[in-house]
Design a protein around this ligand. Structure first.
Ligand code: NDP
Length: 419
């Protein structure tokens, strides 16, 4: 019996909400709150006839801490799921602390305004000290550890697929397969085709910021940064086939390097088609990916936000997307003094996701882990005071929940390695 406040009603949230409604014995009441309330009401009306979960809706601007506090105080949830954007992570964490409620999200904090001089000063110092230049990093949310510990509350960070399930795979490998892990390669393959020359599979602004940034990986205790898309590999993915993949910076590398300190190298690769890359380079070259406002015919516009308005809505790609995703981790290391390799991954079919929840697999592979993470917090399996990433918890009940609710794991004990 629990009451869960879900903030955001986009592609990821709509999957997570539908999955919560499939587990109505745990999620007895949910409140869907977002900036645009009509989207929440539409989804609530669709779901009401087919779930025992009682659904209410609310309007909230989660950039405003006071609004989130008022909503939490009036609705009294047991857990707040932040499925809006990374820009709202800190305001929602502040509101949870003010009201004494557990918190979770699917992506680590980054600011909406990267020109903010107060943020920029800290960012530039971090770039120099840490050695990577992504706009997002864990330092902002790790700074809340003591506050959550003292309040006896849990904050679960980054509980989507990657970050999220990929870290549970690492914790599982460490617990069951290895005495020590030497290398981790996280491989994110989307073999889906939506038929558009260019579209992003989740929020375009967040997605394009991520993939147009320099790549980086962790090796021998330090970050190595390389130009965007400059490291390419080809890999034959189970049930998808051969794909080009490119090394990216990705947030889970940062926490894994801390939490599995013996690992000598951690890399993250994502597949991209040529059409996507050509469009992205062109948009970047003409300045369309910029987050800084420009003056246009008397109006201030942010180029990447304008681009978002032109691109297909990721939440609407489901009907057109065919093919599969294949996301997982390849490990090398030692067990009982023997060298070994291990690959754990999930395959998800875009059309099956669409039939079940009306979404494509990228939203599905994020929304299902968010629901399963909430399940871990609500059932007391993952509760400890403080701020944690997924690999810091027991992976077994989480992976069992994923097996049950739509993202079953697969294993290979002699995978082809990435050179
Ligand atoms: P969408 O853009 O589809 O949805 C975002 C939602 O948040 C919208 O409903 C939007 O409302 C709402 N929102 C935005 N700003 C505010 C605000 N100030 N107050 C209240 N609500 C707000 O994004 P996605 O669903 O694609 O992504 C959701 C999150 O999941 C992102 O943080 C993304 O980075 C993360 N993600 C994580 C992945 C993982 O594997 N870990 C993979 C993919 C995504 P409105 O409709 O008014 O715009």
């Amino acid at each position: 019996m629990s009451r869960v406040l879900i903030i955001g009603c986009g592609g990821v949230a709509s999957v997570a909400i539908q999955k919560c409604c499939q587990v109505s014995e745990v999620f007895t009441e949910i409140c869907i709150a977002s900036r645009t309330r009509s989207k929440c009401e539409k989804l609530a009306a669709e779901l009401a006839p087919r779930t025992a979960t009682k659904i209410t809706t609310a309007q909230v601007d989660a950039d405003q801490v006071e609004q989130v506090i008022d909503l939490i105080r009036s609705w009294q949830p047991d857990l707040v799921m932040n499925l809006a954007l990374p820009y709202q992570d800190l305001t929602i964490m502040d509101a949870c602390l003010a009201c004494g409620v557990n918190y979770m999200d699917t992506a680590n904090y980054e600011p909406e305004d990267t020109d903010d001089p107060r943020w920029r000063e800290i960012y530039e110092k971090r770039c120099k000290e840490a050695g990577f230049s992504a706009y997002f990093d864990y330092s902002w949310q790790w700074a809340y550890r003591k506050k959550f510990e003292e309040a006896g509350l849990t904050a679960l960070l980054g509980c989507g697929f990657d970050p999220g399930v990929t870290q549970a795979y690492c914790a599982y490998a460490k617990k069951h397969e290895f005495d020590s892990i030497d290398t981790i390669d996280i491989l994110d393959c989307n073999g889906g085709d939506h038929g558009y020359a260019f579209a992003t599979n989740f929020n375009p602004e967040v997605n394009l910021r991520e993939v147009s940034a320099p790549g980086s990986y962790w090796e021998a205790g330090r970050w190595i940064e390389v130009p965007a898309m400059s490291i390419r590999r080809e890999y034959e993915f189970d049930q998808v086939g051969k794909k080009d993949m490119y090394l990216l910076h990705h947030e889970e590398i940062e926490s894994l390097a801390v939490n599995i300190p013996e690992v000598k190298r951690i890399r993250f690769f994502m597949t991209f088609g040529q059409s996507y890359l050509n469009h992205m380079r062109c948009l970047e070259d003409v300045g369309m990916l910029s987050t800084s406002p420009v003056e246009f015919e008397g109006h201030q516009i942010v180029p990447v936000k304008f681009l978002k308005a032109l691109l297909p809505d990721p939440a609407g790609l489901g009907a057109r997307t065919k093919g599969k995703t294949n996301i997982g981790c390849i490990f090398t290391g030692r067990k009982d003094n023997q060298e070994k390799t291990y690959y754990i991954y999930n395959i998800c079919d875009h059309q099956e996701c669409f039939r079940e929840v009306g979404s494509q697999a990228v939203s599905y592979t994020t929304g299902v882990p968010a629901m399963c993470g909430a399940l871990m917090l609500l059932s007391g399996k993952w509760n400890k005071p403080g701020v944690y990433t997924v690999e810091e918890f027991d992976p077994d009940p989480f992976l069992e929940a994923l097996d049950k609710y739509g993202l079953p794991r697969r294993e290979n004990h002699s995978p082809v390695l990435v050179d």
